[in-house]
Design a binder for this molecule. Structure first.
Ligand code: FBP
Length: 554
């Protein structure tokens, strides 16, 4: 195989483990903490999880290992979108499993949860695993978005587990996948299958975090990758001095990625979906806010700038959500066919005008025509508009341009406006994990096996104190039910892990808020540069500014 020099070097990198896991398997003991309760809806969650609710938080400490010795056959799946470090979770799990007993077996089920249902798997070996150490991607076994949530599916999983003699299943995924891990753990316990289930917190979006989970893996590397690119664009913008760059970054339900990139690069504008929703901002208000920055800078001779836009922004704009709901209704059932059969866009436009309320049509009418058409082209299998495919970076630059044209006519804006558009998402999801993610993920996997060997089920592998050097990290486990509450999903009350949105009274947002007016007018760009893998720890092992601020380290 042809390997790049970095690939070769990364194979050799030895990820750092938390101090208490370093002494070797025989020296890892358990400290049992207090019993837990769910973050809300305690009675309901307790009733739904009678076998796994209320268990104790646990921490690993140095001491003699008292885990019962038995042959372990563990199955692992990767679930959902790729996130840098996934391979290292598998490597850490494998290394701990083999260090405990060479006869233990690790099976990787392919293509995500569906691999477990289809019994499509490989058995990991040393040589196979070694090719994936410290590399990005999920290609080691692939991933998928099939949800493991029905009793029928659990029955199939039980059969597959029986066939292989599985003693445990590790699910590496986001909030939904780990919610399903908790439900599967409860099912396995209730049916005395002897199969334990452990989750690991993954997602570049950063929205699986809470008082126990300080960060989901992949967020560090993905935001560093986007920040490098944004910094490069800022430098280009500051060199050419002729473009405004509208940069959309991934993060569908929360704006953590956008916020971290803004803290790293200090752009002129960064929209935060959660703020837009809290202030019930309209598209026109958002465009007006960006136009204010363009105007002030343009009038000072600075016809360039950078605006960061979170992927999910339009869903946070109340009037836009209403418009989408009305469009879904307008085209429900047979009406899609009627709409599609109309001869041209003018006829379709009339159909839309007659079908929407006056308020929603007013919102629709200010959208650029390309976006208007997109709303009617891209439908999901249920016939709904796919909001995540809307090119919001283009939407906002068009709205800003229209606003600036007005201001030009009114004589207040004297600058020039030309825009470039970018979308950064897939560029960061499979990058070589930063040292932080390489270490964190390896530790999560290693720790997941320790939870298995000590007999725990329905737990999330937890590694905390992450703003400190790895040696001071704390490894342990938290019952997933502790992170759950009841939420309305698809018309039903469901037990779920609460998704973490950007907190508007949290330190990262407060820091941004305190600085953004200055950044909007001045050129305060910072250039993070590429992720560094070799060199001083002060450069290579840094974690995110979000985490540093949350932990009071800045
Ligand atoms: P997860 O929540 O599964 O980690 O995925 C998040 C994400 O990377 C989002 O940022 C993005 O909107 C989405 O996946 C894209 O999904 P897909 O890979 O299916 O295009």
């Amino acid at each position: 195989m042809n390997l790049s020099p970095l690939q070769k070097a990364r194979y050799e990198y030895q990820p750092k483990l938390p101090g208490m896991l370093k002494a070797g398997i025989k020296e890892i003991s358990v400290k049992v903490g207090s019993a837990t309760t769910s973050v809300a809806d305690q009675d309901k969650i307790k009733a739904l999880f009678p076998n796994t609710y209320g268990k104790e938080e646990i921490t690993f400490v140095k001491g003699s290992n008292t885990a019962a010795s038995k042959k372990q056959v563990v199955g692992v799946i990767l679930s959902g979108g790729q996130a840098p470090g996934g391979h290292n979770v598998v490597c850490g799990l494998y290394d701990a499993l083999k260090a405990t007993d060479k006869n233990n077996v690790l099976l990787g089920f392919k293509g995500g949860p569906s691999g477990l249902l289809d019994d499509d798997y490989i058995e990991f070996t040393d040589s196979f695993i070694d090719e994936y150490r410290n590399t990005g991607g999920f290609d080691i076994i692939g991933s998928g978005r099939t949800k493991l949530e029905t009793t029928e599916q659990f029955k199939v999983v039980t059969e597959v587990a029986k066939k292989h003699g599985l003693t445990a299943i590790v699910i590496i995924g986001g909030d939904d996948s780990n919610t399903n891990a908790a439900v599967l753990a409860e099912y396995m316990a209730a049916n005395n299958t002897g199969v334990q289930v452990i989750g690991c917190p993954k997602t570049i979006d950063g929205d699986l975090k809470n008082e126990d989970i300080e960060a989901s893996f992949g967020f560090d590397t993905a935001t560093k990758t986007y920040s490098e690119l944004i910094g490069n664009i800022e430098r280009d913008s500051n060199s050419a001095k002729k473009y405004w760059h509208f940069i959309k970054v991934m993060g569908r339900s929360a704006s953590h990625v956008a916020l971290e990139c803004a803290l790293e690069t200090q752009p002129n504008i960064c929209l935060i979906g959660e703020e837009v929703a809290a202030k019930k901002m309209s598209l026109a208000q958002i465009a007006g806010q960006i136009a204010d920055s363009v105007e002030k800078r343009g009038n000072a001779g600075k016809n360039f700038g950078v605006a960061i836009i979170p992927e999910g922004i339009v869903e946070f704009v109340p009037e836009f959500s209403v418009l989408i709901a009305e469009i879904n209704e307008l085209l429900a059932g047979k009406k899609t066919e009627e709409f599609n059969n109309l001869p041209n866009w003018a006829a379709k436009y009339e159909f839309i005008k007659n079908g929407l309320t006056k308020e929603s049509f007013a919102v629709f009418d200010i959208l650029p025509e390309a976006i208007q058409k997109q709303l009617f082209l891209e439908r999901d299998p249920h016939g709904n508009v796919q909001v995540s495919l809307i090119e919001s970076e283009k939407l906002f630059s068009e709205l800003v341009k229209a606003e600036l044209d007005k201001r030009k006519k009114a004589g207040t804006y004297k600058g020039k406006f030309a825009a470039q558009h970018h979308f950064f998402g897939y560029e960061g999801r499979c990058a070589f994990p930063s040292n932080f993610d390489a270490d964190y993920c390896y530790s999560l996997g290693y720790n997941a096996f320790m939870l298995i060997s000590y007999g725990y089920t329905g737990y999330l592998s937890k590694v905390s104190n992450l703003a400190k050097p790895a040696d001071e990290w704390v490894a342990g486990g938290m019952p997933i039910t502790k992170m759950m509450n009841i939420e309305r999903r698809n018309g039903e009350d469901k037990p779920v892990i609460r998704k973490a949105l950007v907190e508007l009274d949290g330190k990262p947002f407060k820091y941004f808020e305190a600085n953004r007016d200055k950044w909007a007018v001045e050129t305060a760009f910072t250039y993070p540069g590429a992720i560094q893998y070799y060199g001083p720890a002060s450069v290579c092992d840094l974690t995110t500014i979000t985490l540093a601020l949350e932990k009071g380290q800045m």
